[in-house]
Design a protein around this ligand. Structure first.
Ligand SMILES: [Zn+2]
Length: 198
């Protein structure tokens, strides 16, 4: 599936009916377009809704295809590699937090590094920071972005414009890292959480 914008491209659509009020569309890793729709909306209306989201769907399909190709080229890490990465991770995150903490003007609690399926970082109310081991497989500026993001939550426990201004003040280019995570995040997570673990 490429960047094909002709509306005659055949989509693999699966419609499921639920007692819900809105239509949602999701592109699954295998390229299926999963549509969840309320029971009271006609099939024609659902398809026309899907057609209106065509360019978004095609962008998602292209992104999914790229991720799948990347995944085939990057095998999961072995247990030994994971152990070594975990050892290195402690030091890396401690260093980066110690570097950015004073710049942002905040302290923090304990740092933990875990293998996680969906989150790259979190910050507890007490200030404990938790990071995803997968970030060690990302470019250093992306890892830094997640560290800065969580440290900024020490000052703003939300994603308000004040929060993003804080992040931008430290990392003017943070949006690029955010985009990188969106596009490649699932691939680095797959490398530390092989399919058999899911
Ligand atoms: Zn956040």
């Amino acid at each position: 599936m490429g960047f094909n914008t002709h509306s005659d491209t055949q989509l693999n659509i699966r419609i499921t009916r639920e007692s819900r009020r809105t239509i949602t569309i999701r592109v699954l890793p295998d390229g299926t377009v999963e549509v969840k729709a309320p029971r009271f909306v006609s099939r024609a209306a659902v398809l026309s809704f899907v057609d209106g989201k065509r360019s978004w769907i095609e962008k998602k399909l292209a992104q999914t295809a790229r991720q799948q190709a990347e995944l085939r080229n990057t095998p999961p890490l072995s247990d030994t590699e994971l152990k070594e990465l975990q050892k290195k991770a402690r030091r890396v995150f401690a260093d980066r937090a110690a570097y950015y903490g004073p710049i942002i003007g905040t302290d923090y609690g304990k740092i933990t590094v875990r293998r996680q399926q969906s989150r790259f970082g979190s910050c507890s109310v007490k200030g404990n920071l938790n990071f995803n081991l997968a970030l060690l497989l990302a470019p250093p500026e992306v890892l830094d972005y997640v560290v800065v993001h969580e440290l900024c939550h020490r000052l703003e426990m939300n994603h308000s414009s004040r929060f993003w201004n804080l992040v931008e003040g430290v990392l003017p280019d943070y949006k690029r890292s955010k985009r990188w995570l969106k596009e490649h995040g699932s691939v680095i997570i797959a490398r530390i959480c092989p399919a058999k673990d899911r």
